[in-house]
Structure formats: structure tokens, C-alpha cells
Design a binder for this molecule. Structure first.
Ligand SMILES: NC(=O)c1ccc[n+]([C@@H]2O[C@H](COP(=O)([O-])OP(=O)(O)OC[C@H]3O[C@@H](n4cnc5c(N)ncnc54)[C@H](O)[C@@H]3O)[C@@H](O)[C@H]2O)c1
Length: 324
């Protein structure tokens, strides 16, 4: 595919919120490798010090432990940066359903604080980690970015949709520019949550039997974290609108939960594992059982994932089996 020329200078200073998390730590490593300066912020709510430990050796990397719910701190953090990659949120979706303020606080209010600090500090560019969960039970599949009405069915999806709304309004009113990415399920190195991590943890406890939520036929697109990061950067460097919204998805297809379970069993070198399904189409209340994302918009700009969903799962299964 012919890739378009970048519209950005090479050396940027990025603030990465949630920089000690799964995707944030991979993003920090990638932009450092591209020669950028990076300030990462995290409160270790779900992030891990060991994810940023290797990055600390790089003189262009700085880590600050802070809570993004503290607006005064956020105002100081954004000073001097060219772009904010806002990755922080609550990624523990089931806890978010029990503690109903969690997604509102960590998904929406942190976004408001980041935007307000950017407005006051004169920082223009925000790259935002949104989710396919904003589409809810979409009737059109693969779902394109302009699908509507957007009716999320999880508190997590609701908090991201609200955050997207604040972002577009800040752009319109205060001259900010935004790159909103609606991610597929992201998998790979430093993963801490989701079906792959959950299955590995369960199989380490009991290598004979695996309990699987739902009927195993739930199918979603899985994108490897390295491609998530490169797609985000590519879109940031090439899309020129005021608000640029993209699905970020694998090259093709979707992977069933049952296929993930089989892949993990193979990656762990196990045999004869009994799968026990809890039953029902949904894994849990708020789960969207069938997701397909239309990734043609970003492809039209020149970026497409190399891996299919099954290939991303396969690669991530081996990485995580070695790491967890
Ligand atoms: N992993 C996926 O499959 C996926 C899919 C769609 C969207 N996303 C989005 O991508 C982003 C990154 O997700 P992830 O999977 O890396 O999750 P993660 O939990 O590993 O990363 C989020 C990080 O934010 C930090 N954080 C949370 N609240 C904070 C606060 N108040 N102050 C400072 N730091 C705070 C956490 O400690 C954590 O390190 C999130 O916004 C998530 O909603 C992820």
C-alpha cells in the first residue's frame, strides 16, 4: 500500500497518560524508538512499575506518578508538550459495572481534566483511546465510524462516548485538534486483562479445566498492540482534520472466544483441557457478543494492519505465555 507523507516534525514531546499501563507502555517504547521525548503519567491504579522500568534508562523518557483527577497536577503535566496521548481509563470493565462511578471518573472526568489543562496551557493536539464499545449492539456490521445512533450498553462504553463528546466540543470551541481511535480488542506484550490473560491465569491454577463465560461463540476483532500503536501514530501523523475519528482494527475477521481458548491451551503446551461454558450469547451483562469493525477509513489514508485477528491472537498468546 502506498503510504502518504507525514505532516509532522520528527521530534515531538508527547505526554502519555496511563503510560504505565498495557497499551501506554507499548506506546511509550515505540515513540521513544522514533526519537520523540516522552513524559508518562500514571497513578498505578492498574499500571505496573515493571512496564516502565526498561524505559527509564532512556534520557528522553520521564515518568511522573500522579492522579489525573487532580486538575492542578494535570495543568503542570501538560506544560511544554506538543501532544497528549490520553490512554488512562478504567480497563477493569466488570469492576466498573459494580462501582458505577469508576468509568465516569477515570474514563470521562480524566478526559475533561486533560482537555481543560490543554485549553489553559495552549496545547492543541489530543490522541484519545476510545473503543468499539461506543457502538453498542450496532445493527450494521462491519460497523463504520459514522454509524449511529451510538447507544453503548456498558458503563465503560458510555464513559468513552461522553469523553468523545467533550473532545469534539473542546475542539470546536477552543481550537484543539483530536485523533479519536475506536479500538478493537487489543492483545499482546504487557497485557493485564481480557480473555487471553484471564485464560492463562485460570489454566495456571487448573491446567485440566477451563471455565469460559458465555457459549464461546462471542466473536470480536483482536488487534496486536504493536499494530494498535503504529496505527495511532500513523493516523496522528497523516490525518489533518479538526476531529479525526478512526476504527483501529486488524486486517480481517474476528476471533471466537472458543478459538482463543484453544490457542492459549496450545501456547501453554497443554492437552486434554476440558472447556466448561457458562452459557448464553453474552459473556457478561454489558458485553457486546458480536463485534465487527470497518477499518477502511484509516486504510484509505494509507495504514492497514498486517495481521488478521486470529494471527494477532496467536502472536499475543505466545508473548503472554512467556510473560505471565
Ligand atoms: N486493551 C483493550 O483491548 C482496549 C480496547 C479499547 C480501548 N482501550 C482503551 O485504551 C486505553 C489503554 O487501555 P489498556 O488496556 O492499556 O488499560 P490499562 O489499564 O493497562 O491502562 C490504563 C492506565 O491508566 C492508568 N490510570 C487510570 N486512572 C488513572 C488516573 N486517575 N490517573 C493516572 N493514571 C490512571 C492506570 O493505572 C493504567 O495504567 C484505555 O483508555 C482503554 O479504555 C483498550
Amino acid at each position: 500500500m502506498k503510504r502518504q507523507a507525514s505532516n509532522r516534525p520528527k521530534t515531538l514531546h508527547a505526554l502519555v497518560t496511563g503510560g504505565a499501563g498495557f497499551i501506554g507502555s507499548n506506546l511509550c517504547a515505540e515513540v521513544l524508538a522514533r526519537g520523540w521525548r516522552v513524559t508518562a503519567v500514571d497513578n498505578f491504579h492498574l499500571g505496573r512499575p515493571e512496564f516502565i522500568a526498561p524505559l527509564r534508562r532512556n534520557p528522553r523518557f520521564k515518568f511522573i506518578q500522579a492522579d489525573l483527577l487532580d486538575l492542578l497536577r494535570v495543568k503542570r503535566l501538560v506544560r511544554g508538550c506538543d501532544v497528549v496521548f490520553h490512554m488512562a481509563a478504567n480497563s477493569d470493565i466488570s469492576r466498573g459495572a459494580r462501582e458505577t462511578h469508576l468509568d465516569l471518573s477515570l474514563g470521562t472526568l480524566t478526559t475533561y481534566n486533560v482537555l481543560e489543562a490543554m485549553r489553559l496551557g495552549g496545547i492543541r493536539d489530543i490522541v484519545f483511546a476510545s473503543t468499539s464499545a461506543v457502538y453498542g449492539l450496532a445493527r450494521v456490521k462491519p460497523t463504520p465510524e459514522d454509524y449511529g445512533p451510538l447507544r453503548p450498553i456498558s458503563l465503560y462504553g458510555a464513559s468513552k462516548l461522553a469523553a468523545e463528546g467533550f473532545i469534539t466540543a473542546f475542539c470546536h470551541n477552543f481550537g484543539l485538534r483530536a485523533w479519536i481511535y475506536r479500538f478493537a480488542n487489543i492483545v499482546g506484550h504487557n497485557g493485564t486483562h481480557g480473555a487471553l490473560v484471564d485464560f492463562i491465569a485460570r489454566l495456571r491454577r487448573n491446567p485440566h479445566r477451563l471455565r469460559i463465560l458465555g457459549d464461546g461463540r462471542q466473536a470480536k476483532p483482536y488487534l496486536h498492540v504493536s499494530e494498535c500503536v503504529s496505527g495511532m501514530i500513523y493516523g496522528y501523523e497523516h490525518a489533518r482534520g479538526e476531529v479525526n475519528c478512526f476504527n483501529l482494527a486488524p486486517r480481517g475477521g474476528a476471533t471466537t472466544v472458543k478459538h482463543i481458548a484453544r490457542t492459549i491451551v496450545r501456547a501453554l503446551g497443554l492437552m486434554g483441557v476440558e472447556f466448561v461454558f457458562t452459557g448464553g450469547e453474552q459473556g457478561w451483562r454489558g458485553d457486546v457478543p458480536q463485534v465487527r469493525l470497518d477499518a477502511r477509513k484509516l486504510a484509505g489514508l494509507g495504514w492497514r494492519a498486517a495481521l488478521t485477528s486470529d494471527e494477532a491472537v496467536e502472536r499475543a498468546a505466545h508473548e503472554l505465555a512467556g510473560q505471565l
